[in-house]
Design a protein. Structure first.
Length: 439
């Protein structure tokens, strides 16, 4: 099938590449000329495990192409995926201008029946707006607008796309349904379902899923903070509740708050949708509040221990990306923690396996970026662990102790056993567990 994907970010590029992998002819379109040129020259502009292999294979076989021209890109397309940004407006609502602008452009270009797919995360009613935008210029016979929200996670995006637990397709058109089914069949071979539903339910499913997951994490962060106060260990509590299949083991890891380009904006946008319909989503309002507090918790712990003024202190940081296996720093807790430390005049040394370029763009030389984890602890007064990259899980603590000015660790991801850290001679604070002082 001929497919066009508009927007080649994390979602668009993975979507386009994976559809090429199953034999479709895919053209990816982006307004970022530099990005398009890099992709045309064989460079994958984002870090996403497994993507490069698929990208190379499909570009080599000419099933995956790139252009800045919408007109050229959609020329033969039966299906056009919109994988465009939907960033938050000032009031928390989703900015639909990217989507509606492209929809208006498509209205001037479509001449044969085409399925337009909202792949971006968009509020309930957006597919109707896209439909109306097109219908203001061309006959509704010439297109259907489908909602097909994406559930991939960054860091495992290719795997998630190739083996989705479910595919959600919102459409009332049998013709569009048949086309979408044909497209997705290769990905649901293992018996995972495609759920067809009405467009508004599909749009709502995406926000409900992200908001539920954000709530689950935030609930655990709240419980963790209480565990610290009552002398319980949140890791044991997590195992204790997670073995109840009604609760489930996954997404119960407490930490430094959820970040990323989606949970924060999507929870805000759903609250906003509630307000638009005179309904207060009170649980989600609390989730936002608790998460904002949690993002600063590691800095708060540090300040409580080392004092308010950090001007003569050097702080090491391990992990800058909002989660492991990505270079993405959008809404990463590290951004908030770094800003807090800078406001308190600390010197910062930081290491992340993939996200340092993005941090450099954001903070310039205010943060000393170093080339490995051990370098980031040389002469530091304390180390903060913000992202749970595998490389941080079993470091040589003897070497660390010899390099650090003081053996003090604030671990936002509970990577180590507290008893062990005490035995190794560290002052060690983590999330929802006892503080130990082996010094
Ligand atoms: N990043 C993720 O893990 C997931 C994101 N989503 C949703 O998917 C959508 C896209 O997200 P990302 O891929 O992360 O965004 P992104 O910001 O990484 O990529 C968007 C791309 O669209 C391009 N673009 C902007 N205007 C354009 C135009 N007029 N024509 C062509 N290209 C244009 C940009 O240059 C950029 O390359 C958002 O709605 C997001 O909420 C959904 C599931 C997962
Ligand atoms: O709509 C989206 O963009 C995507 O948002 C999330 O994916 P992603 O943001 O890539 O990453 P997650 O693995 O969900 O992690 C999000 C945040 O929650 C945090 N988290 C996650 C799990 C956990 O147990 N604890 C925890 O603090 C992570 O550290 C991270 O900051 C969802 O998991 C995807 O299903 C969805 O498609």
């Amino acid at each position: 099938m001929n497919i066009a994907v508009v927007g080649t970010g994390y979602v668009g590029l993975v979507t386009g590449t994976c559809f090429a992998e199953t034999g479709n002819e895919v053209v990816c379109i982006d307004v970022d000329a530099d990005k398009v040129q890099r992709m045309q020259q064989g460079e994958v502009p984002i870090y996403e495990p497994g993507l490069k292999t698929l990208f190379d294979r499909n570009t080599r076989q000419n099933r995956l192409q790139f252009t800045t021209s919408l007109e050229e890109g959609i020329k033969d397309a039966e299906v056009i995926f919109l994988a465009l940004p939907t960033p938050p407006n000032g009031d928390g609502s989703a900015d639909l201008s990217y989507i509606l602008k492209v929809a208006a452009q498509l209205a001037d270009l479509i001449t044969d029946y085409t399925v337009i797919v909202d792949k971006s995360t968009v509020p309930v009613g957006t597919a109707d707006q896209v439909h109306d935008t097109l219908a203001s210029k061309i006959s509704p016979e010439l297109f259907d607008v489908v909602s097909n929200p994406e559930f991939l996670r960054e860091g495992v995006a290719v795997d998630d796309f190739l083996k989705p637990e479910r595919v959600i397709i919102g459409t009332e058109s049998q013709r569009a349904r048949n086309i979408m089914e044909r497209l997705y069949k290769p990905f649901v071979r293992q018996g995972n379902p495609i759920y067809f539903m009405d467009v508004r339910s599909a749009e709502m499913t995406k926000y409900a899923a992200n908001s539920f997951l954000a709530t689950k994490i935030t609930f655990m962060n709240d419980i963790a903070n209480l565990c610290e106060r009552v002398g319980a260990n949140v890791d044991q509590v997590r195992i204790g509740i997670g073995s109840d299949s009604r609760i489930g083991k996954r997404f119960l890891f407490p930490g430094v708050g959820y970040g990323g380009s989606c949970f924060p904006k999507d929870v805000e946008a759903l609250v906003r949708t509630g307000q638009d319909y005179d309904y207060d989503l009170r649980i989600l309002q609390s989730v936002i509040e608790v998460n904002n507090r949690q993002k600063r918790i590691l800095a708060d712990k540090l300040v409580q221990y080392l004092g308010e003024d950090l001007c003569n202190k050097t702080i090491g940081i391990w992990g800058l990306a909002f989660k492991p296996n990505t270079d993405d720093i959008r809404e990463a807790p590290a951004l908030y923690i770094i800003q807090e430390l800078l406001d308190r005049h600390a010197t910062i040394k930081a290491y992340d396996p993939e996200a340092m370029e993005n941090i450099r763009t954001r903070f310039g030389d205010q943060v000393h970026l170093v080339s490995d984890a051990y370098e980031a602890v040389i002469d530091v007064d304390a180390l903060l662990i913000i992202t749970e990259w595998s490389v941080f899980r079993t470091p040589n603590f003897e070497v660390m102790k010899s390099l650090m000015k003081q053996p003090i660790i604030f671990d936002g991801r509970n990577l180590y056993e507290t008893d062990y850290m005490a035995k190794k001679g560290f002052y060690y604070e983590s999330i929802g567990r006892e503080v130990v002082d082996g010094g």
